[in-house]
Design a protein around this ligand. Structure first.
Ligand code: IPE
Ligand code: IPE
Ligand code: MG
Length: 244
């Protein structure tokens, strides 16, 4: 308890908490290279770090988190690295699902499933089903996710559903993207210093505040997350209007 209070004192309540945070978890490869380790070791270290950030999200009151774990473009990486990333997803599901469930995390998958091995597909679907009523944190795992593919999928489904062209508006698209029903991200964090979106939440993030830190993902700790949220709290969000 004493430790709890101490910890809490270290993190005073935030002025404004984003309702949805997207994280582009980047820099695992460079983190590993700087240590003379294989890239897969960086991905493993990044996965370890996820636990820290998930707990922090719950503590700081962030209700929805979307993490970019594997992009549609990442299939083009060397086969060994792709296999390592698939193996990591499987290991997380095997080893961490019970704890995530106990902590009230509702897992969702955004992206395509059919290109991953069928055994892993089943594990993802099981995890999503098991945790569907949890309410501490909605965690969207973007795996085989690409924003452009997401929009193509949305358009196809809109056409298949027979929605007349003159009835398609922005709300329609929002209802057909993978994050339907969730608020748009208020804040998108990218680690490792890259100043780009790399096909992440391109529809939903139209007005997201962007926060880029040079810290590599495996080193992006609770303090770093708190700083990002604090920075967000200082932003003047105008949405194309004028400051109040
Ligand atoms: C992010 O780290 C993880 C994935 C893209 C899967 P990277 O693997 O992109 O690391 P860098 O950017 O090469 O350092
Ligand atoms: C974006 O990182 C994808 C993920 C974090 C999963 P990348 O490392 O693949 O993006 P680029 O190549 O720097 O744009
Ligand atoms: Mg990268």
């Amino acid at each position: 308890m004493a430790q709890d209070r101490e910890e809490h004192g270290q993190y005073p309540p935030l002025d404004r908490v984003p309702q949805h945070v997207g994280i582009i978890m980047d820099g695992n490869g460079r983190w590993a290279r700087e240590r003379g380790l294989p890239r897969a070791a960086g991905h493993r270290a990044g996965t370890e770090n996820l636990r820290v950030v998930l707990r922090a999200a719950v503590e700081f009151g962030v209700p929805v988190l979307t993490i970019y774990a594997f992009s549609t473009e990442n299939w083009g990486r060397p086969e060994g690295e792709v296999s390592a990333l698939l193996a990591i997803l499987e290991r997380v599901l095997d080893r961490e699902l019970a704890e995530l469930h106990a902590e009230g995390v509702q897992l969702r998958h955004v992206g395509h499933l059919e290109r991953i091995p069928s055994r892993l597909q089943e594990k993802v679907l099981y995890a999503v089903d098991l945790t569907q009523d949890n309410d501490q944190l909605i965690l969207n795992v973007a795996f085989d996710y690409g924003g452009r593919t997401e929009l193509v999928d949305a358009v196809r489904r809109i056409i298949k559903d027979g929605i007349p062209a003159d009835q398609v508006d922005e709300d329609t698209i929002s209802r057909y993207v993978y994050t339907a029903g969730l608020p748009d991200p208020d804040l998108i964090i990218r680690t490792s210093g890259e100043m780009r979106v790399s096909n992440f939440l391109i529809w939903q993030g139209a007005y997201a505040e962007l926060y880029v830190t040079s810290t590599y993902w495996p080193d992006f700790d609770k303090q770093a997350f708190y700083e990002a949220l604090g920075d967000y709290g200082q932003r003047d969000r105008r949405f194309g209007l004028v400051s109040r």
